[in-house]
Ligand binder design. Structure first.
Ligand code: F6R
Length: 354
């Protein structure tokens, strides 16, 4: 039920703080212990490499997850697009563990990979929003995302839930990180609430910057490069503005040729390590006429920025915040162009063909 909302997508964006809180209730015990079965943890700890397999937005959440798994648990982690992995399987490590990310649990390409994994006798875990779905049933283990039904074709709260659950799992696999994840995630839920309460800001930016645009760029480095892919996918799928997400440093190796007077370039700037370099890349686009907008954190903001300032957050978890403005920008661009936000042309919610 959409209630007072015109479209499910905005309702689902607004539900993201609740989705995180539901996950905290489910996966953290009274004394802060993590409630994920020992068997799952032991099987993953015994692996020499994690392979995350997914499609679309779920693939993009896997890119973030891989950074967190490597950084917190120290287990090498690769992320693959399921439609590629199914037919061009890379050389596997000796003792792999597979994680399938899927909102619907029905994506045919991911299922194809899981069937190969099962035939080879490897262990797997599905993280999905739909309990008892195909990927849920066919994997060795399954953990629910509990984001509640996602109706809009454009996935939003499932991405947030997938990043959150991967972080919780990575945290459970590590015994040496100096972070209170439960507290950090509670704060992130509050921070997301503040971002979604700023809807009017993004409606204005979408109308001025993106509604009239032919094309747009999202740029960033590290986790911001991953979020730029998701931001661009969201924008193109519901607003039909041709959008590219790009590692900021790669721009000058070709794509910079596409920047013209007024081209929107939205820079994600949440990673302290590379912020200075991204600043340089923004300047390169501005020198070619780009209309630059930054989505940055308080610590990295500079006077004179045209953009939105997020609260400070652990850099690995920054995608949980930075993706939200990009969801809202996509939503309001679609709305401003008079499109059916929930039902973009040519797309289905669940992709059950290979
Ligand atoms: C984009 C989107 C798709 C899905 C993809 C995978 O907004 O919704 O890219 O993420 O089709 O679907 P699931 O997660 O159901 O496997």
């Amino acid at each position: 039920d959409k209630g007072t909302y015109e479209y499910y997508m905005l309702k689902e964006i607004d539900e993201q703080p609740v989705a995180i809180r539901r996950m905290l209730d489910k996966y953290f015990g009274d004394t802060g212990e993590i409630l994920i079965g020992d068997q799952i943890l032991n099987d993953i700890k015994a692996a020499d490499r994690i392979y995350i397999v997914a499609a679309g937005t779920s693939y993009h959440s896997g890119l973030i997850g891989a950074r967190i798994f490597e950084s917190w648990s120290g287990i090498p982690t690769e992320v693959h697009v399921s439609s590629e992995f199914a037919y061009e399987q890379p050389l596997l490590s000796e003792n792999p563990f597979f994680i399938f990310l899927s909102q619907s649990g029905e994506t045919a390409d991911s299922r194809e990979v899981l069937q190969n994994v099962n035939r080879a006798g490897f262990k797997s875990l599905t993280m999905t929003n739909v309990e008892k779905s195909t990927l849920w049933r066919e994997a060795t283990y399954a953990l629910p995302l509990m984001a509640g039904p996602e109706i809009a074709v454009a996935s939003t709260k499932a991405y947030i839930a997938q990043v959150t659950l991967q972080a919780i799992l990575a945290y459970a696999l590590s015994d040496r990180i100096d972070l209170d994840l439960e507290q950090e995630l509670s704060k992130i839920a509050v921070d997301i609430q503040a971002i979604v309460d700023d809807k009017a800001v993004f409606e204005k930016v979408a109308n001025e910057l993106l509604v009239p645009a032919h094309s747009a760029f999202y740029i960033g480095r590290g986790a911001d490069a991953d979020v730029s892919l998701e931001a661009a996918l969201k924008l193109k799928e519901i607003s039909y503005v041709q959008a590219e997400g790009f590692p900021a440093g790669e721009l000058k190796h070709g794509t910079l040729a596409l920047i013209e007077d007024g081209t929107p370039v939205i820079a994600l700037l949440t990673q302290p390590k590379t912020a200075g370099l991204v600043r340089g890349n923004i300047a390169e686009t501005q020198a070619r006429g780009a209309n630059a907008y930054t989505i940055t954190t308080k610590a990295l903001a500079e006077p004179g920025d045209t953009g939105y300032v997020l609260p400070d957050v652990d850099p690995l978890l920054a995608p949980l915040l930075s993706v939200v403005p990009t969801q809202l920008l996509a939503y309001y661009t679609s709305l401003g162009r008079g499109l059916d936000v929930d039902h973009p042309r040519n797309l289905a919610k669940s992709v059950t063909v290979q």
